[in-house]
Design a protein around this ligand. Structure first.
Ligand code: GLN
Length: 544
């Protein structure tokens, strides 16, 4: 292999066993949080074994939310957890799929880079996987690179990744790479005990591939007793101290605290032979206390079409948790399937909520319901927050019902509309290929003086992340403004509308970007914070 593993970097591989959805992403993010709190520079990467180049072309039902990084990569939603916990920006290098690996290897083969060799999984695919880890280590300058291997041990698709990390561990300086294996201990009520056999089997699979885990993180619904711990240690060839329990937590932000209580981070740094100071977790502890014991509670309706799968709105859900902490309130989300909203039932669904959010979306399904939700919020002066498609819906609704342009629409929903108040961006014209072609990643925006946007951000230039093809049609800007819509955020050259709000409304804001992607547990996003605050105010006023 041409790239050398940097001697100063340590690597932690995190694999999963028994079943999926055990929260490997949260485990990695939590460990990252603890190591950063120990003063280390940390980055986290995710290997996704599927063949898609990225999740950008997948339906939210398949894959949940597509998380967009600053540099415009469409990535796995686990990267959102990494950023929310460790408060470091991920890049396109932090998410690698089988599709990307094969794409690179095949391109190299076509160029003749392999000099006549037969191109094979070992060494060519595994070398490419290893080189991605090394590149990230170099580029990030991290002291510790945590590598999450997606999927479950035993999956055919994960094998090349596991083989690569086996080789990598061997090629590293001794002790510079360790493996943490996340498993499940199911509780069998008839036996009255936590069962260790699935964990034993999953570690067996891992050892067959040549990987001996250094730590086991055991998910369960209750604490592990000493005997069970000893049994797991014995059968899995792991020190009993390194069998760490990961009991269901009431909030994911408590996981680092649970892990630290078992000295997980301390044992990890010892194993990696790094000198650090103990972490100060008082900030996180205070946050968790607020999440668990809020003074108030506020109800926000989310009118979207992917409401059956809340993972599709993961970052929005988390941004509300963060914003709730600042406002010392629980934010209760009411999921409303916009396809089911009609003018007859909108009142039943939305009366009594304290705020209304219309999230992102694609295609026409469910849009009329979203327009009804916007109208309800506008007319009843309920705090409103529109994100991306939510902004576009707010503009269409306003054009139709306030400006009197009854046929106003987005060209995305009706290509022949006589009034495309939302139309395709010039830069998107003629693009046929679907993957990675939207307006993606972070762009600056200039907020207007004396607007809600300026008040919320407190600064003129802001930077936010985008993922869209359509925009507000500048031909309608004047009409919208004349009727009371404020275009409070524009691209620096003034050509793109990025934020809108309404003059005659206590809190009505729409943004073309995705603020939820930049909310972190210790640094909530200001729009979410102000939206929750306005919703609380609305609730108090409605009661009095
Ligand atoms: N479908 C709209 C567009 O492409 C909105 C996208 C979104 O909500 N992220 O512009």
């Amino acid at each position: 292999m041409s790239l050398k593993i940097p001697k100063e970097t340590r690597f932690i591989f995190v694999t999963g066993g028994v079943v999926s959805s055990l929260g490997k992403g949260i485990a990695c993010a939590s460990l990252g949080f603890l190591l950063k709190a120990r003063g280390l520079k940390v980055t986290i990467m995710k290997f996704d074994p599927y063949i898609n180049v990225d999740p950008g072309t997948m339906s939210p039902y398949q894959h949940g939310e597509v998380y967009v990084t600053e540099d415009g990569a469409e990535t796995d939603l686990d990267l959102g957890h990494y950023e929310r916990f460790i408060d470091e920006n991920m890049t396109q290098m932090n998410n690698v799929t089988t599709g990307q690996i094969y794409d690179t290897v095949i391109r190299k083969e076509r160029r003749g880079d392999y000099l006549g060799a037969t191109v094979q999984v070992i060494p060519h695919i595994t070398d490419e996987i290893k080189s991605r880890i090394i590149q990230l280590a170099r580029q990030s300058g991290a002291d510790v690179v945590i590598v999450e291997v997606g999927g479950t041990v035993g999956d055919i698709e994960s094998l090349p990744f596991l083989e690569a990390i086996r080789q990598f561990t061997l090629e590293c300086e001794r002790g510079h790479a360790i493996t943490v294996h996340l498993t499940l201990l199911p509780y069998i009520s008839t036996a009255g005990e936590l069962k260790t056999k699935p964990t034993q089997h999953s570690v067996m699979r891992l050892r067959e591939i040549g990987i001996q885990p250094d730590f086991l993180l055991c998910r369960s619904d209750r604490s592990i007793d000493d005997n069970t711990r000893k049994k797991i240690a014995l059968f899995c060839n792991v020190h009993p101290e390194n069998v760490i329990e990961a009991v269901d937590a009431s909030t994911i932000y408590e996981v680092p605290i649970h892990l630290a209580a078992q000295r997980f981070d301390e044992l990890v740094v010892q194993k990696l032979d790094i000198k650090t100071n103990p972490p100060d977790l008082s900030g996180l502890q205070a946050v968790v206390k607020k999440i668990k014991e809020p003074a108030d509670s506020v109800h926000i309706a989310i009118c979207g079409k992917y409401t059956q799968l809340q993972d599709a709105y993961k970052s929005i859900v988390e941004a509300f948790v963060h914003a709730g902490v600042v406002n010392n309130t629980a934010v209760k989300l009411k999921w409303i399937n916009s396809e089911k909203l009609t003018s007859e039932n909108v009142e039943t669904h939305l009366s009594g909520v304290d705020g209304i959010l219309v999230p992102y979306g694609f295609d026409t399904r469910g849009v009329e319901g979203k327009l009804l939700a916007v109208k309800y919020a506008r007319e009843n002066k309920i705090p409103f927050f529109g994100i991306c498609l939510g902004l576009q819906c707010a503009v269409i609704e306003f054009a139709r019902n306030v400006c009197g342009i009854s046929e106003a629409n987005s060209a995305e929903f009706d290509a022949k509309t006589p009034h495309p108040v939302i139309h395709i961006m010039e830069s998107q014209l003629g693009i046929k290929q679907k993957g990675g072609t939207m307006r993606l990643g972070s762009y600056p925006c200039v907020t207007k003086e004396n607007t809600l946007a300026r008040k919320i951000y407190g600064s003129e230039i802001i930077i936010e992340r985008h993922r869209h093809r359509y925009e507000v049609n500048n031909d309608y800007r004047r009409t919208l403004e004349e009727h009371g819509m404020v275009l409070s955020g524009l691209s620096p050259d003034g050509t793109l509308v990025e934020i809108i709000e309404l003059k005659e409304h206590p809190f009505f804001i729409g943004c073309q970007f995705h603020p939820e992607l930049k909310s972190r547990i210790m640094r909530p996003h200001p729009i979410f914070v102000h939206f929750v605050k306005a919703s609380l105010k609305h609730q108090k006023e409605a009661k009095s």
